[in-house]
Design a protein around this ligand. Structure first.
Ligand SMILES: Nc1ncnc2c1ncn2[C@@H]1O[C@H](COP(=O)(O)OP(=O)(O)OP(=O)(O)O)[C@@H](O)[C@H]1O
Ligand SMILES: [Mg+2]
Length: 507
């Protein structure tokens, strides 16, 4: 693509010479002696380089440069100056010019300085952006934060109005991060993302002729080993045609985003491997502990009965306390054993709402709810579903218990359902107005044995997620400190055959 150069000089002869030479060097030249026209041009076209004369009437080159930079902040400017004003030229560089050229021009100087400016500018720009993204990659394992940094860097580096990173999740494109102004149409960006993923290379979406407002959309696929995992999409204003430079940068940033996604995949695989190993170990330990616990339980009952007979109430109370503790241990152990071997699902046709009601009842029996407002917002159009009742009860009970524990007896708990006939899914939302989670807690909430509670075991969320995954559903959490927590469970109403699972199982 031809690079565009703006030349402004009030000396018509110089202007002509420059226009000729630059055209001969292969540039698309806009030459004018009128600073106003120059500014109009920068409003309409994106330039790759500007050559501005230092001394012009009525505006001097320095002020013109500042006005140009307001419109195109990253446009490299070469200030042209006659002998004897080198000092001013140095000042110009200090104020944001890339370099200066002395008049009269020496042919090679013109050529070499322009080449250097164009090359250096790109490297400086790329290095700076890569540094930000690199830091984000290194400093946090939270994928969305890395994708945010990528989106932000992309907007800054390409002059795009906005950038959105889409990720493929269960064959849907989900916007994971965005920067810049909100898009007028998400569907166009999504369509471009899809096209880039299908083609496997960056694509430019044709602008609609009748819509003069519409900008240009460019999308680059995020390629990880298994194929495209999403796409990085930018939209620019109509006047800013994305150049070759932009496409290269986009490819660069999309590869960064792909690395972030791949790292997360790797981490999840590692984690699930570790979870499986932990599960096996936990099951063994639990088996070892189970029988002695049963014995202890029996001895304590014995002791309790004897103490009742002797009338020693104080000692009897102690025995009761021991029994309660042993019971608690036994229930933890049975949860661990259950977790160690993911169950086969026993699906039966089930109405979801009574199941949720039952979980609410069970949870209320276990946690105080006097000051808690409980709202049930069920979608009555939701049909029966093929689900494993026992397993799902365990999942929803854990989620509702978490919400009630977060509320500590005050606030609002909402349990809502929403049926999507088109997708054949129902989404269950469990939301509380509790204290919410910090970013770190949220990142670790699904880790086995991670808990922030004095008497928590840190199993509830892991259990809930593994049950939902077994149903080929999806569990997502959004939570902010001070703003409560929302857990959403999307469940297919009928068992589906997930091709990814089938191939995973074969591998
Ligand atoms: N609704 C919520 N509000 C705030 N924090 C939550 C919520 N749900 C989960 N958490 C956080 O996630 C952590 C892990 O939850 P999880 O259910 O796995 O374990 P737990 O509740 O601590 O123990 P248990 O095994 O008894 O459920 C909790 O300790 C808590 O910090
Ligand atoms: Mg819990």
């Amino acid at each position: 693509m031809t690079q565009k150069v703006l030349v402004v000089d009030d000396d018509a002869a110089i202007l002509e010479v420059l226009e000729m030479r630059l055209s001969a060097m292969g540039f698309d030249v806009t030459a004018t002696s009128d600073p106003r026209k120059a500014l109009e041009a920068t409003d309409a076209v994106r330039f790759d380089l500007a050559l501005l004369d230092l001394r012009m009437e009525p505006t001097d080159g320095m002020r013109l440069m500042e006005a140009v930079h307001q419109r195109q902040p990253r446009l490299p400017v070469l200030i042209m100056t006659a002998h004897g004003t080198i000092q001013t030229a140095v000042e110009a560089v200090r104020r944001g010019a890339f370099d200066y050229l002395t008049k009269p021009f020496v042919r090679d100087e013109l050529r070499s300085k322009i080449a250097r400016t164009l090359a250096t500018r790109r490297w400086a720009r790329d290095r700076e952006r890569l540094l930000t993204v690199g830091q984000a990659l290194a400093s946090s394992g939270v994928m969305t934060r890395v994708l945010d940094a990528v989106a932000q860097a992309t907007v800054e580096a390409t002059d795009a109005d906005r950038c959105v990173v889409f990720q493929l999740e269960q064959s849907r494109l989900v916007p994971m991060a965005s920067a810049g102004s909100p898009p007028p149409s998400w569907s166009k960006l999504e369509a471009a993302a899809k096209a880039a993923m299908d083609k496997g290379v960056p694509i430019t979406a044709a602008r609609e002729a009748e819509n003069s407002e519409g900008g240009t959309i460019v999308a680059a696929p995020l390629v990880v080993q298994r194929g495209p995992a999403g796409a990085l999409v930018i939209e620019t204003a109509a006047r800013l045609e994305p150049g070759e430079d932009d496409l290269e940068l986009l490819a660069l940033f999309s590869s960064q985003a792909a690395i972030a996604i791949r790292n997360t995949h790797d981490l999840e695989r590692l984690k699930s491997g570790a979870v499986a190993a932990l599960g096996r170990m936990a099951t063994q330990v639990a088996h070892e502990v189970k029988n002695p616990l049963a014995g202890l339980r029996l001895y304590v009952r014995h002791l309790e009965q004897r103490l009742v007979k002797t009338g020693d109430d104080e000692a009897r109370d102690l025995a009761v306390k021991i029994a309660v503790t042993v019971d608690h241990l036994a229930s933890v152990v049975s949860e661990i054993t259950a977790f160690g071997r993911p169950p086969e699902l026993h699906r039966v046709r089930t109405a979801l709402h009574p199941l949720l009601d039952e979980c609410l009842e069970l949870a209320r029996a276990r946690r105080p709810t006097d000051g808690v407002e409980i709202i049930r917002a069920y979608d009555t159009s939701c049909p029966e579903a093929h689900l494993d009742v026992r397993e799902l009860k365990k999942a929803f009970l854990n989620l509702i218990l978490n919400a009630l524990e977060a509320l500590e007896g005050a606030g609002r708990l909402t349990v809502a359902t929403e049926y999507s006939a088109a997708a054949g899914t129902v989404t269950v939302t469990i939301e509380d107005t509790g204290p919410g989670m910090t970013e770190e807690t949220l990142a670790r909430a699904f880790d086995l044995f991670f808990t922030t509670k004095a008497d928590g075991t840190g199993l509830g969320m892991s259990i809930a997620r593994s049950v939902i995954n077994l149903h080929a559903g999806e569990l997502t959490v959004s939570s902010h400190v001070g703003n409560g927590t929302r857990v959403q469970v999307r469940l297919p109403l009928e068992p589906t055959i997930d091709p990814a699972r089938v191939s995973d199982a074969r591998a």
